[in-house]
Design a binder for this molecule. Structure first.
Ligand code: MRU
Length: 431
């Protein structure tokens, strides 16, 4: 077992097929003064929760993909910031006893006030260090930096004072982010489900389900909402080399949800589309530029080209926390490159001669011209995407009235809307 981690408990056994729930356990949550998460590296063989008690352990879990999926790593990073604040407050109170004793001996004025000021200054330094560590863990997903900046904004709003109270405020903000993620996913699910016919076959890449989020999922949330709403959905699951999120995670989730699915190798997608009967390609995103270009798991771009060639709608499903209005287009998105061993090895077994050079970009960018629609929690955005995405981010900022950070992200030079967003379906407003 790695240091800083304890395996807490095995999760309950799988539900019987057909019950539309994964587990009562969220993918990422806070309990027992620790960040808890399902260790996705072990699935589908074992479903276990690990407890992380330091920022470095959380950053390591993000880097090594114990937690993965843009919204899930955002939530993990938010809790990581809360951990940093609590550790800083704990150190401050340990230091206080001795410094206040020394202050009392020297009879200085208001020793506890100046000590509190020092604590807050140290807390800010500790938070900045934690923010840099967490943001560096994986570069492509916007949600990570978005969540970290929300926690920094919560610190600014707290106005200083007692370090413990500030740490409590930061944990509360992380809980808001986690809770909001689920509500957001349900809204996207309702919007996206309305795009599918009553009997639908969809092709899906990577894993965008409950495991990629705090719960419910984005693109797979659409599948789930359609299934729960009585539509008959069959999912063609890309295995998603090199890390096999489709085979390992998406099939595991769909099996538990009782949603019919068929696993294919990535190379079979073109041939499967040529056979006909695919109603939509549904994918998530890690970062969506202001013009609609979308970074997602490597292989997504190829699917978008295939979908265009075969006349299949290509839908990107992602929350506004994935939309990065500061990045004008896909060429400015930083694409994470991972170790070539992930390509030359499968499950630790070499599948290429030793020393074979490998290129392993974790993501690619799908140009907006190949995207039929982007489904957000604020509605379905149609091309041209720029104005609709700005509106979606602004609406999310207005909904999220506690968050100055989100409102700042929504600020744009023109703010003009082309009305490119569709009106919300009834289920979405109710969610
Ligand atoms: O490398 P991963 O597994 O973190 O990549 C995940 C994806 O590419 C998902 O499609 C994306 O994060 C959206 S998940 C809701």
């Amino acid at each position: 077992m790695r240091s800083g981690r304890t395996i807490l408990a095995a999760l309950p056994r799988p539900q019987p097929r057909g019950i539309p729930t994964i587990d009562s356990t969220r993918t990422v949550f806070w309990a027992d003064d620790a960040v808890q998460m399902i260790d996705q590296r072990l699935l589908p063989a074992r479903c276990e929760v690990i407890a992380l008690r330091s920022v470095d352990a959380v950053a390591d879990a993000i880097r090594t993909m114990a937690v993965r999926g843009a919204p899930a790593i955002g939530a993990a990073a938010a809790y990581g910031m809360a951990l940093a604040a609590r550790a800083s407050a704990g150190r401050a109170s340990a230091g206080h006893d001795s410094s206040e004793r020394a202050s009392t001996r020297a009879s200085t004025a208001h020793p506890s006030q100046s000590a509190a000021g020092d604590d807050i200054a140290r807390l800010r330094t500790d938070l900045d260090r934690a923010a840099a560590t967490l943001i560096a863990a994986r570069p492509t997903a916007s949600n990570l930096a978005w969540a970290v900046h929300r926690l920094l904004a919560a610190f600014e709003r707290s106005g200083g004072g007692d370090a413990y109270a500030v740490a409590a405020a930061l944990l509360a903000e992380a809980e808001v982010i986690a809770d909001a993620d689920i509500a957001t996913n349900r809204r996207m699910g309702a919007y996206g489900a309305a795009l599918l016919p009553d009997v639908a076959t969809v092709l899906h890449h990577c894993n965008t389900g409950a495991l990629a989020t705090v719960d419910y999922g984005t693109a797979l949330g659409v599948v789930r909402a359609a299934h729960e709403g009585g539509k008959r959905v069959h999912v063609i699951v890309d295995e998603t080399r090199p890390r096999l999120q489709g085979a390992k995670l998406t099939c595991w989730e769909l099996d538990r949800l009782g949603i019919p699915h068929t696993l294919i190798v990535d190379g079979a997608a073109a041939w499967r589309m040529a056979q006909g009967g695919i109603d939509a390609v549904l994918v998530g995103a890690d970062r969506i530029a202001a013009n609609g270009d979308a970074a997602n798991k490597i292989g997504t771009y190829g699917l978008a080209i295939l979908a265009r060639h075969h006349g299949v709608p290509f839908y990107v499903v992602a929350p506004t926390s994935t939309v990065d209005l500061q990045t004008p287009g896909g060429e400015a998105i930083v694409i994470e490159e991972r170790d070539g061993d992930e390509v030359t090895h499968v499950e630790g077994h070499a599948v290429a001669p030793e020393g074979t050079p490998a290129f392993n970009p974790a993501f690619d960018v799908t140009p907006q011209s190949l995207i039929s629609a982007i489904v957000t929690e604020e509605g379905v955005v149609r091309p041209p995407f720029a104005a609709g995405l700005r509106d979606a981010v602004a609406n999310a900022g207005a909904r999220d009235h506690g968050s100055a950070a989100s409102l700042a992200r929504a600020a744009t030079p023109s703010g003009a809307s082309t009305g490119a967003m569709s009106a919300p379906p009834r289920e979405a407003t109710a969610a």
